[in-house]
Design a protein around this ligand. Structure first.
Ligand SMILES: Cc1cc2nc3c(=O)[nH]c(=O)nc-3n(C[C@H](O)[C@H](O)[C@H](O)COP(=O)(O)O)c2cc1C
Length: 341
């Protein structure tokens, strides 16, 4: 069965949103990657670190993503966080944000001397429990990447104990522009499958926004064992449920007849629930910023989403944000109930 994974996204992949996803997509997401946890800050014991390591609502499905430019703190943080349980530890090798790259973290691990990355992976692997999986989330590399070097790089990761690779097949500079290079993802995944059979799983990520786009990616990258979804799951926390249902229907054509037709989403209810989750799972200092980050995607569901987002950005507290939605739906009652897609 193909896996569905929730992507690591800074300021978004936290327990509050996972609770909302799990409510609107019950039992549909197989792995919840956390937002990246900065290893040095975590070890330093900052005031907010306890919130980054909350693992609800499905602690057994958590994949802790770590970021740092140095091997030692990465291994130390992996040891502590790995002991909290979950599926495993993931190393962020995909982030291209300038402040991350400057620290030697994120995609820098793909670009620096290979022996340094090799050493870091070895140290992290050694630091974690045998039953914790080690995975890497990566891009294709810099603009001048080539498939031979990429395959060698992945060989090194696997040799050092990595057993899952998630690839967002874009380059450092392409950010979210241009089509992902699906054919190169397929090339790499086929290479890994031939060489390592099923001991290593390769999963694909990028631009999956609904079942149809997942099918298109699946056709282009047939060796992918799983599909990671980021931005679209923030906009539509029910997306995993819809996709999982359709994958089941595909497998068992009788399944569709036995299911009750899914109801539309009451978006006002979802908004209220998400804001309650935020207050329960995040420190007060983060409430406003995290709510705004979420609504930047969620507002795309509405015809006047831009207007809504501006109102949200002007709201001074979570209650005012709720009121923004209430008054929007008073004016636009048809927009309140969203079709699950
Ligand atoms: C706001 C935001 C924050 C992100 N933070 C991270 C991160 O912390 N770690 C990481 O590996 N990728 C991060 N990403 C990249 C996503 O995990 C994912 O690779 C990317 O959004 C493409 O998937 P999508 O098209 O399904 O959104 C982030 C993306 C966004 C939009």
């Amino acid at each position: 069965m193909l896996k569905l994974l929730f992507a690591p996204m800074a300021t978004l992949s936290h327990e509050a949103l996972r609770r909302t996803i799990e409510h609107y997509s019950p039992n549909a997401c197989d792995e919840y990657y956390t937002e990246m946890i900065q290893a040095t800050t975590f070890i330093g014991g900052g005031k907010f670190e306890q919130f980054y390591v909350r693992s609800g609502p499905c602690p057994e499905k958590i994949v802790w993503q770590l970021t740092c430019g140095k091997a030692e703190p990465m291994a130390e943080a992996a040891k502590i966080i790995g002991a909290l349980g979950g599926i495993g530890i993931d190393i962020n090798m995909g982030c291209c944000a300038p402040e991350i790259v400057k620290q030697g973290a994120g995609i820098s691990w793909m670009l620096k001397d290979k022996s340094e990355t090799e050493q870091m992976i070895r140290m992290v692997k050694k630091a974690i429990n045998k039953n914790m999986r080690l995975s890497v989330k990566m891009r294709l590399g810099d603009e001048n990447y080539n498939m031979k070097d990429l395959c060698n790089f992945v060989d090194m990761l696997i040799f050092e104990g990595t057993t899952q690779i998630v690839l967002h097949p874009r380059t450092r500079k392409s950010k979210f522009r241009y089509q992902p290079h699906w054919q190169n993802a397929e090339y790499l995944f086929e290479y890994v499958e031939k060489k390592y059979n099923n001991s290593v799983e390769c999963c694909i990520n990028g631009d999956i926004v609904d079942f149809q786009s997942l099918c298109n990616v699946r056709k282009a990258v047939i060796k992918s064992k799983g599909f990671m979804i980021g931005r679209a799951a923030v906009q539509k926390p029910w997306i995993f449920g819809v996709i999982a249902q359709k994958l089941k229907e595909e497998k068992d054509s009788d399944f569709v007849h036995s299911q009750k037709k899914a109801e539309n989403i009451d978006s006002l209810e979802l908004v209220c629930e998400f804001l309650d989750n935020l207050t329960e799972c995040q420190p007060e200092e983060f409430w406003i910023s995290r709510a705004k980050r979420f609504f930047a995607y969620f507002c795309k569901n509405f015809e006047f989403g831009h207007y809504l987002e501006t109102q949200i950005n002007n709201a001074k507290d979570l209650n005012k944000m709720k009121k923004v939605f209430e008054s929007y739906f008073e004016k636009m009652p048809n927009e309140r109930f969203l079709y699950r897609c």
